[in-house]
Design a protein around this ligand. Structure first.
Ligand code: PHE
Length: 350
């Protein structure tokens, strides 16, 4: 092939040259203009050409070199655009990107778990209104008219319709109110739990909040005994925290139960040897309980001569704290994603 033909062939090649990546642009540069590139080689061969041919050929070759330079610049500039136009190099076998997913709130996780344990031993779930009347929240439950829990300091009262004091409407302070409704509307045997949000007029701090969640339970039938209560709560504690935990009952007082008790559990965190969570006592309080006061049964239309029952009530935040060791109650309400996303994996430790 004469040099002139080689110039023509290279011109055609330059025209067709393509590059999709910076790497390909560089390959082009080396192939054409590099030390051993096609254009460079042509210039080496030019030295041997006869004098009379040199003028015409020289002009064509200079043009070719300029063309190669220009094409190189063009390809270089085009890399960005071309890459977009042809799309990124897609690897169809690569695993897909995972979409961020939400997670259940820790209180929801723990509430579902508590409800699950009682559902499996035959308890139904009852719900009731969060704005309650005095009768369901206090009166039927044996709270004396001058009981301090009815005080404005403890209870949020809700303004009534225009011109009324609203003294009969309050945000429920516990879900025992739901159990009054169940007893009023059904006949024993009754076996039900009432999970829900409750409100108390407390100063908000790391250890107290003006709203929290409870699960309260009620069992009314013929011959229900305190031993049944203790066995049920022992089953609950072991199902929730592990077979090794023990419970103990301490005498206490609630207007609606007699006798009443606080339930302590051997500290699930230190195993009873003493830590900061159990204040080095080895025991943590988990709920209140007792035998339903006969006066409450009759207030709700159930004959206390025939039936007896037990009741218990626990704070979901409290149970959750023993599981997750959340140091500040306020975190449950802040909706900080950095807090919430920690409950995605392995939501339950027991
Ligand atoms: N209602 C009580 C509370 O809010 C808990 C409780 C329920 C205690 C049932 C005894 C029996 O603290």
């Amino acid at each position: 092939m004469s040099l002139m033909d080689r110039v023509a062939a290279l011109e055609a090649e330059l025209d067709k040259a393509k590059a999709r990546t910076a790497e390909e642009v560089e390959q082009f540069r080396v192939a054409m203009l590099g030390r051993n590139g096609a254009v460079t080689e042509l210039f080496d061969a030019f030295k041997t050409v006869a004098v009379e041919e040199k003028k015409l050929l020289g002009q064509r070759m200079n043009k070719l070199k300029q063309l190669a330079q220009a094409r190189f610049e063009e390809l270089k500039d085009g890399v960005g655009e071309t890459a977009i136009a042809t799309g990124p190099q897609i690897d169809l076998t690569a695993p897909s990107l995972t979409e961020p997913t939400g997670s259940l709130h820790p209180i929801t996780i723990v509430r579902q778990r508590i409800v699950g344990i009682f559902s499996r031993i035959g308890y139904t779930v009852s719900n009731g209104p969060e704005v309650e009347d005095d009768h369901h929240n206090f009166g039927a439950l044996n709270f004396a008219p001058d009981h301090p829990a009815r005080d404005m300091q403890d209870t949020f009262f809700v303004a009534g319709p225009e011109g009324t004091s609203g003294a009969d409407r309050a945000l429920r302070t516990h879900t025992s109110s739901v159990q009054v409704r169940v007893m009023e509307n059904s006949k024993p045997p009754i076996r039900t739990i009432s999970p829900g949000r409750v409100y108390r007029n407390e100063a908000i701090s790391a250890r107290a909040h003006c709203m929290f969640h409870q699960v309260e339970g009620l069992y009314v039938d013929k011959g229900v005994s305190f031993a049944d209560l203790k066995g049920t709560l022992d089953h609950f504690a072991k199902s929730m925290f592990g077979a090794e935990v023990k419970i103990r009952l301490r005498p206490s007082y609630f207007p609606f139960t007699e006798p009443s008790a606080e339930v302590d559990m051997s500290c699930s965190i230190c195993g009873g040897s003493g830590c900061s969570i159990c204040k080095h006592s080895g025991w943590v309080e988990i709920m209140g309980c007792g035998m339903v006061d006969p006066a409450v049964l009759s207030n709700c239309g159930i004959d206390p001569e025939v039936f007896s029952g037990f009741a218990f009530g626990m704070g979901v935040e409290r149970i959750a704290q023993l599981i997750y060791r959340v140091p500040d109650l306020r975190m449950y309400w802040e909706n900080d994603v950095r807090f919430l996303e920690q409950f995605k994996a392995a939501p339950f430790r027991s």
